[in-house]
Design a binder for this molecule. Structure first.
Ligand code: ATP
Ligand code: MG
Length: 395
């Protein structure tokens, strides 16, 4: 591995203590420049192929929306668990099943996950609107504002880059594992990064593959650590947005959070090695592996879910005397796998007894399972579907 300098240290005074803050050079890596050859080139290819398989798995399906919905929620739960949030997929879905009809406030954990979902949806709608914000630091700041809204993030400057020195690991900057750049330089560093995102990406004579650029951008973002909190979540959101923006995927169905959660130790070590030794190759190997593995997993989850829904639909259609509401409700379950009778009433404008019969029909064919054991306020889940979906999301 080539030793490459990717930045310099700047000594700053933090509350009377002199600390060495790291200031990264602008992308792309130079001296020596990145050589995508040999094993690394193979990994780039493998990652690109896996992404294409995933994209095809997505486009072959007429109604992709429902599993995107589920994947997005899975991503939100996982991404928030890295930060230490304890909400599970089940918590989130039960909250969503209820909050449309009842005024229960979400727990803090669920609130955080919902914030993540709002941030992702906000960015995607801006990017698809010709008069919306472009992929920019301003967009990320707005996403950050949504992400840190509410109880926990309130004092962490939601929507704004930091105005003070931060650090990673340790109890103060002086004994930290890593001290990001001084806050006075964050604006300029972010604007450089934005240029790199929008520039020609010319690297010597060649252009780096988009998936490689996304890997570089993620590290650069984490190294700048522009916010007081939420840098990991915004950095992962940026990966998702870039994949779609640069047409590697047509929908946000690749979620790296699960991989980064499973390999958190290595993730942090790889980030450190880029900074300490300029080991971009090591990071990229890890990152590209993550992309390929995650894409393959998503293809198999998608395939399983579709098979399950198709089988269940057949069973339901074969059931004698099944009412139309049961069929309609079934078609909604993939994007709403946890339901209550009241939810059905509100959603379909039916009477309570009709809703009850539809739920019963779905229970009879083994699609819905009652989860509370209560006599009242019962909650029903599309359990087989959730079991497949929640792989990896329960701590
Ligand atoms: N040694 C390091 N060098 C650079 N970045 C790091 C290092 N260690 C961790 N990070 C990044 O910092 C993130 C955590 O920062 P922060 O707490 O601001 O983000 P978060 O979104 O609140 O947390 P999380 O990523 O744990 O969900 C990690 O996800 C990782 O991307
Ligand atoms: Mg944090």
């Amino acid at each position: 591995m080539a030793i490459r300098r990717i930045g310099r240290y700047e000594t700053t005074d933090v509350g009377g203590e002199m600390v060495r803050a790291f200031v990264p050079h602008s992308l792309p890596p130079s001296n020596p420049r990145l050589d995508i050859a040999g094993e690394l080139a193979e990994r780039v290819q493998a990652a690109e192929q896996a992404l294409r398989r995933l994209d095809v798995a997505g486009t072959m399906v007429p109604a992709l929306d429902w599993f995107i919905y589920a994947f997005v929620r899975k991503e939100a739960v996982l991404s928030s668990q890295i930060e230490g949030t304890q909400a599970t997929l089940m918590d989130l879905l039960s909250y969503e099943a209820h909050h449309e009809t009842e005024a229960t406030p979400p727990s803090l954990d669920v609130e955080e996950v919902c914030n993540y979902l709002d941030a992702l949806a906000f960015c995607r709608s801006q990017l698809s609107d010709p008069s919306g914000l472009p992929l920019s630091i301003r967009l990320l700041n707005e996403a950050h504002r949504l992400l840190l809204r509410g109880a926990r993030g309130g004092n962490k400057l939601p929507g704004e880059v930091r105005r003070s020195q931060n650090w990673i690991g340790g109890s103060r900057p002086g004994n930290a594992a890593f001290v990001p750049p001084p806050h006075t330089m964050v604006g300029e560093l972010l604007s450089d990064l934005e240029h790199y995102i929008h520039g020609q990406h010319v690297h010597g004579d060649e252009v780096l593959p988009p998936i490689v650029r996304i890997g570089l951008i993620h590290v650069q973002f984490e190294t700048i650590h522009p916010y007081l909190d939420g840098n990991g979540r915004i950095g992962r959101l940026l990966i998702t947005l870039l994949l779609e923006r640069w047409a590697l995927l047509q929908s946000p169905i690749l979620y790296l959070s699960l991989f980064l959660k499973r390999h958190r130790q290595e993730y942090y070590l790889r980030l450190d090695a880029v900074r300490a030794a300029g080991d971009w190759e090591g990071w990229l190997t890890f990152f590209l592996d993550g992309v390929a593995t995650t894409a393959d997993e998503a293809v198999s989850t998608a395939t399983d879910l579709f098979a399950l829904v198709a089988e269940d639909r057949t069973r339901l259609l074969e059931k004698e005397g099944v009412n139309i509401l049961a069929l309609q409700l079934f078609e909604r379950l993939p994007e709403h796998p946890i339901v209550t009778a009241r939810w059905v009433v509100e959603r379909f404008g039916s009477t309570l007894p009709t809703a009850g019969r539809a739920i019963e029909a779905l229970e009879d064919v083994g699609v819905l399972v009652e989860t509370t054991g209560r006599k009242r306020d019962r909650i029903y889940a599309y359990r087989a579907y959730l079991n497949r979906l929640k792989d990896g999301t329960e701590p």
